[in-house]
Design a protein around this ligand. Structure first.
Ligand SMILES: [Zn+2]
Length: 417
């Protein structure tokens, strides 16, 4: 049986581990932690071999239905689950309903189900379809079908209430099928807290979900663009107070370093790693400091935050409705497409970094690869960005054990004010 071991709670921050978890029964998930972001069941741009070279690689992997639902009949015929199908069976697999890197289209959910968007377009998932996908995939954890379509600013209170009701209704129906399923014996279902930005609906959603036999909770609808930071903080604090301490709490699409630290302070345990992926896709590298030793990194940080990149913003606006949740360059990254700055800069991306990219290549080389449209640019950037992001989570856990979390927060957020 899954056990949540809380080794410390400091000013609301939870640090600890979950043991005896998953179908293998011998996995340990440390928190606060992140899940490896994947597309179509593999880490973006990286083969399994390359992935294994990364330091602090998370044990947990996040699979998403938009990139996988279309293939579910093939996986069903394959009969050995999504882990074996994608060559990721060594990992702990968590399947989420939506892709945290993609802003979902609004207005397409319905009373009996929700829509996800695959490469071939809209996929309508009713409870039975959804559960047959989970039976084919056999993940360790899966997020219950949910209606999280409350993030646009013109969502009415009535619509928010409906999202809570629908989500609870989906949960009860999914639980019924789950409990009778042989295929899902080793899997566990996570309840989803909805309620938009209405405190009473958030609390109702939390209290009702707690009454069901779920293994943990997903905090949905807290995306960066969905609400003000202060609102998110207050809602998270209120909701997490209601949830039992011995079950994990996962949040999606809240993955910027400063937002992560804030959510950790509210008591969130797990995050997705869509942020380093989005940084990679715009040709950027993460350079934010998270330790006192990184003097050189800080210098890089100042340089990169000096120019707010207007070009990136303009380019991103042309991409239409399928844009990422965080398509604009942030102050945590360096834009290697910048010719003036990096075409002749022969230093590593981050001089203090021990990743493959920084150990072997220069900024000028990455710039050249980006300019010539070589796929290797994204491979190397993905390696560095994952390495940096995973290292950040290791630093968070260490700081909580050592009582230096506030110092870490000051180092990370010094350029964002
Ligand atoms: Zn690096």
């Amino acid at each position: 049986m899954m056990k949540v071991l809380l080794s410390n709670v400091v000013n609301g921050c939870r640090v600890g581990s979950i043991t005896e978890v998953g179908r293998h029964g011998n996995r340990v998930l440390e928190f606060p932690g992140c899940l490896l972001y994947t597309r179509s069941g593999s880490a973006p741009h990286l083969t399994h071999d390359v992935l294994q070279k990364l330091d602090s690689l998370p044990v947990g992997v996040q699979l998403t239905l938009p990139t996988l639902a279309e293939q579910h009949n093939i996986v069903k015929d394959f009969q050995h689950g999504i882990g074996k199908f994608t060559g990721m069976e060594d990992f702990f697999l968590y399947c989420s309903v939506q892709d945290p890197a993609v802003r979902e289209a609004t207005g397409y959910n319905f009373n009996k189900g929700v829509s996800v968007w695959g490469s071939g377009g809209r996929i309508k998932l009713e409870v039975a379809d959804f559960m047959s996908i989970q039976k084919a995939f056999c993940p360790d954890w899966y997020q219950c079908l949910c209606d999280g379509d409350t993030v646009s600013s013109d969502t009415s209170n009535k619509r928010v209430r409906k999202s809570v009701d629908r989500t609870l209704n989906f949960l009860d129906k999914c639980l019924e099928i789950h409990q009778e399923s042989q295929e899902l014996k080793g899997s566990e279902i996570l309840g989803v807290i909805e309620g938009g930005d209405l405190l009473e609906e958030r609390l109702r959603s939390a209290r009702e979900t707690c009454k069901r036999p779920v293994a943990g909770f997903v905090l949905d609808g807290f995306q960066s663009f969905a609400m003000e930071r202060e609102t998110r903080k207050n809602l998270l604090k209120a909701v997490l107070e209601v949830l039992p301490e011995d079950k994990p709490r996962i949040i999606h699409a809240v993955s910027r370093p400063d937002e992560v630290l804030e959510a950790v302070e509210c008591g969130v345990d797990f995050f997705d790693s869509s942020f380093p992926y989005q940084v990679t896709e715009r040709g950027c590298a993460l350079v934010f400091p998270f330790s006192k030793k990184s003097d050189v990194c800080e210098e890089t940080m100042i340089q990169s935050s000096e120019h707010a990149s207007k070009e990136t913003t303009e380019n991103q606006q042309c991409q239409g409705s399928n844009e990422g949740t965080q398509s604009q360059k942030t102050e945590f990254e360096m834009e290697l497409n910048n010719r003036q700055k990096y075409a002749q800069d022969f230093r590593p991306v981050l001089p203090c970094c021990s990743c493959y990219c920084c150990q072997n290549h220069s900024r000028a080389y990455i710039h050249h690869l980006l300019q010539t449209g070589e796929l290797l640019a994204r491979v190397l950037l993905m390696m560095h960005n994952f390495h940096h992001y995973f290292g950040f989570f290791t630093a968070i856990r260490e700081s909580l054990h050592q009582g230096t979390f506030q110092e870490l927060k000051a180092i990370v957020t010094q350029r964002t004010k």
